[in-house]
Design a protein around this ligand. Structure first.
Ligand code: ATP
Ligand code: MG
Length: 404
């Protein structure tokens, strides 16, 4: 149901098949031994078949209106069921209901299509098929209220529009810009998930353009707010270029690491901050970069949390920009086997391109030639996250760390 029916009707291959049912998560769990219940805000059952997971959601019903709400003393038992913040944000969405009610609680009309295995028919409670035919992405219900309940729906509007080639319907689009600041109340971990969905799906550049148009992008990246006002700024070019490169890599089935993306997006704010630190405290460049890197990751994490497994390599990519300037043979050869060398080298070339900087380009050319002359064995150029499959094999003794 939902996304996969929509995708099949559009001729898009569904990413997954979500199931909806009138059984409660607890009832589902009782039926399937391979079932796990997940989520607090939105409780779901995951039925696990090896690497495949079927997501099973219970039909959602309506939330009690404010006026009908019980006095606070009787509210306690409902904590787990339904909860709203002062901003109208839904903190819990676990009121169960009928399939018709479930359809109304879905975000877009095209996401409220159900395929029933009882009669092999498609159930369309929200006119989703008509909207699909007209190429429209339309929110169900009052758009402003729906965005207030869950501001992430603004990001989803952009994502589905670019993914499915739909136009955001006028009334669905109108409140987005005025309400963009509601994203500030979304937990950073949830925005990280959305970040991955928006920018690692071959539509990164288009999503960026639209998010920026609606004032959403700089809500996710406040450190870029002033720089992105000018589409001629180097920051703007960097953002656009790194997303274009990401799309191209994914289309040719090459890996993309979120660490690289974050490093590129935040490079100029990090560099500017490092320069301030140097000017103030007379610190050495390397130390100023290290402090600035930590500050910038900390500040960004208030909007989008960056897990350590990405923030650490991200700092490596940044710090390596300094070390790549050292082309002395003894140092250069050591750099080649740094696990983030390849990413740092790619980023150096990207900077040269974005800035049209011939000195950086020459440095990049040096490293291109240098790698040709000094090929490194496959294993040490591995860029993705390492997965250990067997027992740890004997490795070279680790070199003592030097402070260059
Ligand atoms: P995809 O998996 O390709 O990103 P999808 O439509 O399956 O697309 P999911 O995030 O997996 O999207 O959600 C499954 C369904 O749950 C959606 O089709 C939609 O009906 C509903 N849904 C998900 N998130 C929300 C939300 N924030 N508000 C309302 N309904 C939602
Ligand atoms: Mg899905």
């Amino acid at each position: 149901m939902g996304g996969c029916v929509r995708d099949l009707l559009l001729g898009v291959t569904p990413k997954d098949f979500d199931v909806a049912t009138n059984a409660s998560p607890e009832q589902i769990k009782a039926l399937f031994r391979n079932c796990r219940l997940i989520g607090r805000r939105f409780r779901l059952a995951h039925i696990v078949y090896g690497r495949d997971i079927i997501e099973v959601a219970t039909f959602r019903g309506h939330h009690p209106d404010e006026e009908d709400e019980q006095p606070a003393s009787q509210e306690k038992g409902k904590e787990n069921v339904s909860k709203q913040s002062d901003h109208g944000l839904l903190l819990r969405d676990n009121v169960y209901g009928t399939i018709e009610e479930d359809a109304e609680r879905r975000d877009f009309t095209v996401n409220a299509l159900y395929y029933s295995i009882a009669d092999f028919a498609i159930y369309d409670f929200a006119n989703g098929i008509a909207d699909l035919e007209q190429g429209l992405l339309r929110l169900i219900g009052d758009p402003e209220q729906r965005y207030r309940e869950d501001p992430v729906r603004m990001l989803r509007a952009v994502r589905f529009a670019t993914k499915l080639g739909l136009r955001i319907e006028e009334h669905t689009a109108a409140p987005i810009h005025p309400l963009a600041s509601l994203l500030d109340h979304i937990p950073p971990a949830r925005l990280f998930e959305e970040f991955l969905k928006l920018f690692l799906n071959e539509r990164a550049e288009a999503n960026f353009e639209q998010l920026h148009h609606y004032g959403l992008f700089t809500r996710m990246f406040p450190l870029l707010r002033s720089a992105l006002k000018q589409s001629t700024s180097v920051e703007y070019k960097m953002v656009q270029q790194v997303f274009a490169d990401t799309d191209a890599r994914l289309r040719s089935e090459k890996g993309v690491n979120p660490a690289y993306l974050f490093a590129a997006l935040l490079w100029y704010p990090m560099q500017a901050h490092a320069e301030e630190i140097m000017a103030e405290g007379g610190l050495a460049e390397f130390d100023a970069f290290a402090i600035s890197a930590a500050d910038v990751v900390g500040r960004q994490s208030r909007s989008i949390s960056i897990p350590k497994r990405f923030s650490l390599p991200m700092r490596d990519i940044w710090m390596l920009q300094l070390r790549l300037r050292q082309t002395h043979p003894r140092r250069a050869i050591r750099l080649l086997s740094h696990p983030k060398f390849r990413a740092a080298y790619d980023f150096l070339l990207l900077r040269a391109k974005v800035e049209g900087n011939s000195e950086l380009q020459e440095l990049g050319d040096f490293w291109t030639q240098y790698q040709k002359k000094n090929p490194v064995p496959e294993a040490s150029t591995h860029t993705g996250p390492r997965k250990r499959t067997g027992p740890r094999r004997g490795r070279r003794p680790r070199r003592k760390k030097t402070d260059d």
